[in-house]
Design a protein around this ligand. Sequence first.
Ligand code: ADP
Length: 337
Amino acid sequence: MFEKTRLKLTAWYLLIIMLISFTFSAVIFNVQMVEVERFARAQRTRFERQYRPDTFFVSQPFLIDPDLVAETQKHLLSNLLIINSIIIIISGGFGYFLAGKTLRPIKEMVDDQDRFISDSSHELKTPLTSLKSAMEVALMDKTFTLVDAKKLIKENIADVDRLHYLSESLINLSRNKEQNGNSIFENISLSIVIESAIKKILPQANNKKIVIKKSLVNTDFCGDKEKIENLITILLENAVKYSSSNKTILIKTAKTNKTLSFSVTDHGQGISKKDLPFIFDRFYRADPSRSRSKAPGFGLGLSIAKMIVEKHHGEIGVKSRLGHGSMFIVTLPRNVS
Ligand code: ADP
């Protein structure tokens, strides 16, 4: 598909270059031929002036040799033909190279979308299949009681919750993917945004008796309040999700004249060196058997976090040791131009 489109684009480039080249060649040929004829006429006039009309030379036709004109014409034509062939060969190769360069970002975008669709449908399929088969098995069970029904509904609700979480994450992801669309940059206080993100996570933290500690310096900066809150919530949610009960999480801020930074540190399961380069990829989840985690998720949180940081022209990094914990650090410019 890519190769076919590349060849088509190359053919279009070639057609345009050939049209230009042939037009110029035709113009050059005509101008040169007019020039040759003008030269022949000038030559004749000069001879006529130099020698009297009754002299030998005037009556000799070889002074304006028509064969010479025809030969010049042939030479010119063959030269132009050679030049045009060289132009076509060079521009063919160059056009093919340029067509590849032009189409590559489009190809990458299409590949990325295909991957996204296939990953999303795979993630959607798993809970749907589990829902369907659980209900089919229950339907065929003749000894199915009300207690069993309640148990099944409970399990189904867990699957529906998973689907709900996934659809929310997908909407979140597509919202953040839009390049210029829906961002509202305003002056915001980082401490206030952190406080409201903590409020959201508190029920989950309390469930696991996890304490969230803060070390905040108040910093105003220009950003999209909703998205920054979303970013901090993702990092805090992960810190809670991947920590065992009774641990502590620390959120810390710092600032310089031009930048601000915040870090979320946990003492949870940590991330292995092998997984670290991929955790910001869409749908990537560290191997649960290695991380011994059964935490729910689809591997979308950190890719959304990265998009938000990039929208603010900032950077996100992570330091982690398997079994010891992780620290996610975000650095943002205080003024987004
Ligand atoms: P999700 O948490 O939904 O799986 P994320 O994109 O937020 O997706 O995270 C990707 C992966 O990175 C997770 O599956 C997990 O393995 C790892 N990860 C992220 N945050 C942490 C953390 N604080 N501690 C340990 N592992 C983490």
